[in-house]
Design a protein around this ligand. Structure first.
Ligand code: NDP
Length: 330
């Protein structure tokens, strides 16, 4: 069973007198930086000189180049997109990490696949909110928490776990409805990629297929899109799953709907699905997916672009453009 931490396990003194540098003032950087500062911690920001840099200044932070902020900090939170993090780490962070410093990541990917390797004397911890940046900020401002996975990759000071806990607390993870759970860089990478490579992607293609079938059977594109996702009902169902439970949320649907879902759903998840899931896990664990993704990025994203162009120009996307223009969504 995973360890679920309690607020009384937090020792804020590990951050006493420390300077925290948020590197990358984007979705997570802004939210986490503001939340940590609101709880009294000293936070500075490192960003390239652009709109985000100015935004951080407007928000009242001392803002520096990334390398300067890293040099001034004891705790470096690297909150840039995973694709650019290794280069930023190599150029701006690594030369400025001193013994006893900490490197903090919000996702496991780069450490798991050794695209980022910190020097021996540095703590390496993960503080990964299971929440988009806007949610991290707005929930904490309302006094509410969110799930946070924490993990320790390298414990140079003997206080790495305490540091991860204090940061998870500082960004709002222990506020009511929040939960801070022990995980690891490897586990976070596995579940994140597994979701993307299995049901999340399958869900999108399943909706596209359902659209094609409905329209070929005479349903109007407008009614099909509104039924499948355009109404936002799936967002409400997702919320109900989080609140009531995967199956317990069924009680919010009519009896006809519940009977239909329970009698028909399982047939779509045959043995082939489990085989594909196990294959996805194998490719994540043996590094095959990382190799493919790294090569794709080095080649300038040709397959990515081709697939994206293809789905964005599909009959569904065209009908969606027209419908959303009529609804004022585009
Ligand atoms: P963003 O896309 O919001 O980018 C964050 C920052 O990175 C921005 O300040 C941006 O600067 C900077 N940046 C982007 N590209 C470059 C570049 N080439 N050179 C220099 N700076 C660059 O990232 P997120 O906040 O979404 O993600 C940060 C981390 O948080 C990642 O590890 C991600 O996996 C993790 N995470 C994200 C979640 C989310 O919901 N978004 C949820 C949980 C974890 P500028 O604005 O100047 O371009």
């Amino acid at each position: 069973m995973a360890r679920i931490f309690q607020p009384n396990e937090v020792d804020k003194s590990v951050l006493a007198g420390k300077t925290i540098a948020v590197i990358g003032y984007g979705n997570q950087g802004r939210a986490q930086g503001l939340n940590l500062r609101a709880r009294g911690y000293r936070v500075i920001v490192g960003n390239r000189q652009d709109e985000s840099y100015r935004k951080a200044q407007e928000d009242g932070f001392e803002v520096y180049s990334m390398d300067r902020a890293a040099a001034l900090a004891d705790v470096v939170m690297l909150l840039v997109p995973d694709e650019v993090a290794p280069a930023i780490f190599k150029d701006a962070i690594l030369p400025n990490l001193a013994k006893g410093n900490a490197l903090v990541m919000a996702s496991g990917y780069n450490v798991t696949y050794r695209h980022i390797v910190a020097p021996e004397g540095v703590d390496v911890v993960m503080v990964a909110p299971r929440m988009i940046g806007q949610g991290v900020l707005e929930l904490a401002q309302r006094g509410e928490g969110f799930p946070v996975l924490i993990g320790v990759h390298q414990d140079a000071t003997g206080k790495a776990l305490a540091l991860a806990l204090a940061l998870a607390d500082g960004i709002g993870g222990f506020l009511p409805h929040g939960v801070v759970v022990e995980s690891s860089f490897e586990e976070e990478t596995l579940v994140d990629l597994f979701t993307e490579h299995t049901w999340a992607g399958a869900f999108l293609y399943m909706l596209e297929k359902a659209y094609q079938v409905l329209v070929s059977e005479g349903v109007s594109p407008e009614v099909a899109i509104l039924e499948l996702y355009g109404s936002g009902e799936i967002g409400e169902i997702g919320r109900a799953m989080a609140t009531h439970g995967l199956w317990r949320q069924l009680k919010l649907h009519s009896h006809t709907s519940q009977f239909g879902q329970l009698t028909h759903g399982a047939a779509f998840v045959g043995p082939e699905v489990e085989k594909l899931m196990r294959k996805a896990i194998e490719e994540i664990r043996n590094g095959e997916f990382d190799k493919r993704w790294t090569a794709e990025q080095a080649a300038g994203l040709p397959t990515f672009q081709q697939l994206l162009d293809s789905v964005l120009s599909s009959p569904l996307s065209k009908a969606e453009d027209q419908l959303y223009a009529r609804l004022g969504r585009r």
